[in-house]
Design a protein around this ligand. Structure first.
Ligand code: ATP
Ligand code: MG
Length: 554
């Protein structure tokens, strides 16, 4: 379902129709409405790209609104991280940052208006009693004994609730809609509850809070949102929102639902992500294995890769599961264009070039990025002692093995052709070093040797290389659907090898000044980025993504 320039998704089609019909004077105003009870994840990125993207496309604007109606789970740490992540993704709400809690006075007024119209009542029933009378989808509900309280009594009791005269759980305010509706959400939903809780913005001003369903749609109306885009699970809430709009006579924001993003090998419920953090299965919300925006940023995913991924997935009305490989593909595609190529040896094998002067250092000319003509060149030190990758050598190679083996020749990238003359072993039989000779006339760029070798391998000069740490990341879950098993907790499917630390790998010295967040291609190995844990004494690199999709292949 490739998203192309020409074909509109159903939301763009609807907006074009609305504009053509002159609805709201052609105005487009969307919003992204996160609840500040966790960090944003890749699913939110879909909603962000969609909301900001369509507004941009049709000359509109997008509000950022924190849906902060639940005082218990919300926190300013989340408020800040969410803003940070949206900006990093490349979107701007300018001066339109709002909080549903800013509207508590107006929403309270809406509740009074419903009471005065005889369309809301205070119910003294317990939560259990309310649930018991709700009925089932096939059986009508039963009226609460408090449903026919007078307007005056309802008004007085509701004001008393606000004034803290009634204990938590003793009363709620319900909308008087229809106890026989086939849509259970219309069976007199609770719209206000008593909660003696401190709110991160309104502090102790309120001891009653509107329910999400009585705040969300109303907030859209207050902001005069033209297109309220949300995920499919809110589809059957729409009739309720429309009922409120009609009864209150407020701005008719129109809700449209789209399918949420689901990714295999990935958990996206904030509750479960919080559990991974709290139970130390990961090292915080920004752990590079987390599907959070902050985790992906730390992992080295470029924001453009995330945006492109979301566009490739497209917007539809039908739920499906996207292969996380598509996200990794987008990351590779972006980094291939932008990441400088460098040499790094992850599992070192010492090579001594016996015919190269021990005190000599030659600076080899190396291209920074063949995909980017602007990227320029750098100089790489070459000397008589090098490291190559252990798996670029085989003592008993199969036929058509083009890397290093006893008696064989290979090209060192950006340097000379060398030949392996001798394998020196430790007492335990392991290989200590390879003794090699270099072909003096085979220098890269000025090769007159006439020798043709098939293999080219990477290397670093032993005396010049930097010792750094590499954190080799893999998927956090080893099952494609960590929630598949009713009897086993999703944490049972955590991949025990999702993080393997290599405390000492060797990288070329040009990386000495690399800064946290910078990305590189370690040639033939993968894309890596500098982690924020790096210190002046030791750089730490995160594996962002392998060069190829080798998942499931050995
Ligand atoms: P929870 O995980 O607690 O159910 P949520 O995912 O609904 O929370 P919100 O903060 O309410 O989190 O989400 C903000 C917006 O992001 C909502 O409009 C929601 O529809 C959208 N959103 C959340 N998850 C996804 C997803 N996987 N794909 C697309 N949009 C999403
Ligand atoms: Mg939500």
């Amino acid at each position: 379902m490739e998203h192309t320039e020409e074909s509109l998704n159903f939301i763009e089609q609807m907006i074009e129709d609305d504009i053509a019909a002159g609805k709201h004077g052609g105005r487009v105003l969307t919003r992204f409405p996160p609840e500040p009870n966790g960090y944003l994840h890749i699913g939110h990125a879909k909603s962000i790209v969609l909301n900001f993207g369509v507004a941009q496309k049709y000359g509109g604007k997008t509000n950022l609104r924190f849906d902060d109606t639940n005082p218990v789970t919300e926190d300013t740490e989340y408020v800040e991280s969410i803003q940070n992540d949206i900006r990093w993704l490349g979107f701007d709400w300018e001066d339109r940052l709002f909080y549903a809690s800013d509207y508590f006075d107006q929403i309270f007024g809406f509740a009074l208006r419903l009471i005065d119209k005889g369309l809301a009542y205070v119910d003294d029933s317990s939560a259990e009693e309310i649930a018991a009378l709700k009925g089932t989808p096939t059986h009508e509900g039963t009226d609460s004994p408090f449903r026919n309280r007078s307007i005056e009594e309802n008004r007085q009791l509701f004001l008393e609730m606000r004034d803290g005269k009634h204990p938590e759980g003793s009363k709620v305010l319900r909308a008087k809609v229809d106890m026989a509706s086939p849509n259970m959400l219309l069976r007199d939903p609770v719209i206000y509850r008593i909660k003696f809780a401190h709110h991160h913005r309104t502090a102790d001003k309120w001891c009653i809070y509107p329910m999400y369903d009585f705040a969300h749609g109303q907030s859209d109306s207050i902001e005069t949102i033209t297109h309220s885009l949300c995920t499919l699970e809110f589809e059957n809430h729409r009739p309720l929102y429309d009922w409120f709009i009609e009864q209150l006579g407020i701005f008719p924001s129109k809700q449209t639902e789209f399918a949420r993003l689901n990714l295999n090998y990935t958990i996206m419920s904030k509750r479960k992500l919080l559990q991974l953090v709290n139970d130390n299965h990961v090292n915080g919300w920004d752990d590079p294995r987390m599907p959070t925006i902050s985790g992906m940023r730390r992992r080295g995913y470029p924001p453009a890769a995330i945006r492109n991924f979301v566009k490739k997935v497209g917007v539809a009305r039908r739920e499906n599961v996207i292969d996380v490989g598509l996200l990794e593909f987008s990351v590779r595609q972006e980094l291939n264009k932008t990441a400088p190529r460098v040499m790094a040896v992850l599992d070192p094998l010492k090579v001594v070039i016996t015919n190269y002067p021990q005190d000599r250092v030659e600076w080899m000319h190396a291209e920074n990025n063949p995909e980017d003509p602007e990227a320029g060149h750098r100089e790489l030190p070459f000397s008589s002692e090098l490291y190559i990758e252990q798996d670029d050598f085989m003592e008993n190679p199969p036929k058509k093995y083009f890397r290093m083996f006893p008696g064989g020749m290979v090209r060192l990238k950006n340097a000379y052709i060398i030949q392996c003359d001798e394998v020196i072993k430790n007492e335990d039989g392991s290989i200590e070093q390879l003794n090699c000779t270099y072909i003096e006339t085979s220098k890269s760029g000025e090769d007159t040797s006439g020798i043709n070798v098939k293999g080219t391998i990477h290397w670093v000069s032993r005396a010049h290389a930097l010792k750094v740490e590499a954190r080799m990341y893999d998927r956090l879950f080893s099952h494609e659907n960590p929630d598949h098993d009713k009897d086993q907790h999703f944490t049972a499917f955590l991949n025990p090898e999702s993080l393997v630390v290599k405390p000492e790998i060797y990288v070329e010295p040009s990386l000495a000044d690399a800064l946290p967040g910078q990305s590189y291609q370690f040639m033939r190995k993968g894309y890596f980025c500098v982690d924020t844990d790096s210190t002046a004494n030791k750089l730490v690199f995160n594996l962002t993504v392998n060069l190829r999709d080798n998942w499931g292949k050995s």
